[in-house]
Design a protein around this ligand. Structure first.
Ligand SMILES: Cc1ncc(COP(=O)(O)O)c(C=O)c1O
Length: 453
């Protein structure tokens, strides 16, 4: 199993052919939703006590399993928040896999961590964080929010000198992972009413001022690019209130943080330089392969105090305090050096190419909004802040949206799921792929002219 024998050679040839073909398909097709009964029929388990020929196993993946995965990197994938990894990043990710690169501690993986830290510095500079800021690559925004808010809670408890149940200020639009985080951390969420769907400093102040025990607030979470609507909260105002009350200021820029690159709209992120912690997901709009998130701290030593794992078998990685151990900055221990794929791509393409690719998605979102406004049977819900466009098809209810969405995917035209806004069903386009063209948007919008059959 561990030697490079004839079978390995065959698998390498097969995998190389597959990878070459997958990387050259342009555009990547959406593929389809898997149906359990069909998968049971067409992809029986191939795992037995003895070996199965690699070609048989590969065939099952290529013919049945792969096509039953909707391609998140298709320019027609416009639901949730899509991904748009560069070819360079996907190729280098294969190098990371082939090298079994472990990014846990400086002792084991100084070279990988050194390169990852160059990327972290680029993002910290975009946000205007001080030279002492630092952080870690982890699996996703949810893991980033959990790790950051664990620090916020423990720092607040430490300051109080007790283990009181703490509370986190958030908004109705805050990502679901923050509510999950609160549950895991045994914290409560206090919802700050939004003003025009945006969290603003004055409302955070009002909630704190009217609270009976504000000393149990440990953090305020603002969002720079909400998932449903792409709204950037009032980071200056919220940051000021956080500072005034000694609260940890966390900004979830998992989706929107990429737009810090856009010179046209980076002013919307004013105030992000005040964060105590922030996350950005390169697997969303920074063109890295799944799964890849960035967590940055203004004062990494606070995170280290909370997350460092202590055990006799780990003593050796904690001998020299100046060494950067990614494990110390989040809840994890073993960690794939997943930031290297982005490092390679960012270095080989240059930051300006990333800037242009982000601007391209913003342009297409503007086009979509304009087209919706000028189409009588459509209605724009609100002007997009970033690259998420919410709209309605006049006269349609949820059932029609769902039928239309299913048909659109079945026809390979687009993956656009319904969402909700103010309790009402809407449609939503989340655009991050530079290959999502105006023509694709027009084609999708055109299918809304008539009710689905
Ligand atoms: C604003 C925001 N925060 C957090 C997350 C969670 O990120 P992940 O899915 O990488 O865990 C998302 C995911 O869409 C998001 O949009």
């Amino acid at each position: 199993m561990h030697g490079f024998d004839e079978t390995t050679e065959r698998i390498l040839r097969r995998a190389s052919e597959y990878v070459r073909e997958r990387l050259t398909i342009d555009p990547v097709p959406l593929d389809h939703r898997g149906i359990a009964a069909e998968l049971d029929r067409d992809a029986p388990s191939l795992i037995g006590d003895g070996p199965t020929d690699p070609d048989i196993v590969f065939d099952q993946y290529e013919r049945v399993l792969g096509p039953a995965v909707i391609s998140v990197d298709s320019p027609r994938f416009l639901s949730f928040i899509p991904a748009a990894p560069t070819k360079a990043s996907m190729l280098f990710d294969m190098v990371v896999s082939a090298s079994s690169l472990n990014g846990t501690s400086w002792l084991e993986s100084a070279g990988a961590i050194h390169a990852e830290n160059h990327v972290l510095r680029v993002v910290a500079d975009l946000a205007g964080l001080p030279a002492t800021a630092g952080g870690v690559f982890l699996s996703g925004g949810s893991a980033g929010n959990l790790s950051a808010l664990t620090v916020a809670r423990d720092v607040a408890r430490h300051r109080r000198g007790d283990r009181a149940r703490m509370r986190i200020l958030a908004s109705e639009q805050t990502h679901s992972s923050v509510a999950n985080t609160a549950r895991i951390l045994d914290c409560d969420i206090v919802t700050v009413p939004a003003v025009d769907s945006r969290m603003v400093g004055a409302e955070v102040e009002r909630v704190i001022a009217s609270d009976e025990d504000p000393s149990t607030f440990c953090a305020v979470v603002a969002t720079a690019g909400t998932t449903n609507a792409g709204i950037v909260d009032d980071l200056v105002g919220v940051g000021e209130v956080a500072r005034k009350h000694g609260l940890w200021f966390h900004v979830d820029a998992a989706y929107g943080g990429a737009a810090l690159l856009s010179r046209r709209i980076s002013a919307r992120f004013a105030g992000i330089d005040r964060v105590d912690s922030m996350i950005v997901d390169p697997h969303k709009w920074l063109f890295a392969p799944l799964d890849c998130a960035i967590l940055l701290y203004r004062e990494p030593r606070l995170a280290k105090g909370v997350h460092t794992q202590n055990a006799s078998y780990l003593d050796s990685i904690h001998v020299d305090d100046s060494e950067w151990n990614p494990t110390d900055y989040a809840y994890h221990l073993t960690r794939r050096a997943r930031g290297l794929a982005m490092w390679f791509s960012l270095a080989t393409h240059g930051i300006d190419a990333y800037r242009d690719a982000v601007d391209r998605a913003l342009d297409v979102a503007t086009h979509a909004a304009e087209r919706i406004v000028s189409t009588p049977y459509l209605e724009l819900v609100r002007e997009p802040d970033l690259s998420v466009v919410m709209f309605r098809r006049r006269g349609w209810d949820e059932r029609r949206y769902t039928r239309w969405s299913e048909q659109l995917l079945a026809d390979g035209i687009g993956f656009v799921l319904p969402s909700r806004w103010d309790g009402e069903p809407i449609l939503r386009l989340a655009i991050v792929h530079p290959g999502t063209s105006e023509a694709i948007i027009d084609e999708i919008l055109g299918t809304l002219a008539h009710a689905p059959t």
